[in-house]
Unconditional design. Sequence first.
Length: 143
Amino acid sequence: MLNAAYDCENIFAKIIRGEMPAVKIYEDDKILSFMDVFPQSDGHALVIHKTAQAVNLLDVEQGALSELTTAVQNIAGAIKTGLNPDGFRVVQFNGAPAGQTVFHLHFHIIPIYEGKSLGRHGDGAPADTDALEAMAAKIRAAL
Ligand code: 5GP
């Protein structure tokens, strides 16, 4: 499962191509960050590379990985400023048995708020788009 070929029809590839909607936080020619539609906490963000067709961490060329992790740090900083969480997790799943459900390499940034438990990974109802947009606006303003 760690050797799966990249499938251009995965949902994140469709978001990159504009074939599926997403509440975007940041985009340039290489990086896209957007709100997770099944958030585990308020401000749960995803960061992906737009041109590296990597399924998981082992597939990605190191220059692209560096661009990705730099973006993760920048977005996490904007989440700190914009949403004022008490902490955050950076999570990244490799292979279905490890919990990966979308097979385009991505990093989760999951804000942690003291006293508030996290939702389950990839579970529950999709979040309200207006609520996601309001959080994304606060994050974008801090970038
Ligand atoms: P994985 O399980 O592969 O680590 O993470 C995939 C993430 O993508 C999950 O947290 C899931 O909630 C999120 N997700 C799945 N489908 C969509 C979608 O269509 N749009 C957005 N924004 N997030 C999605």
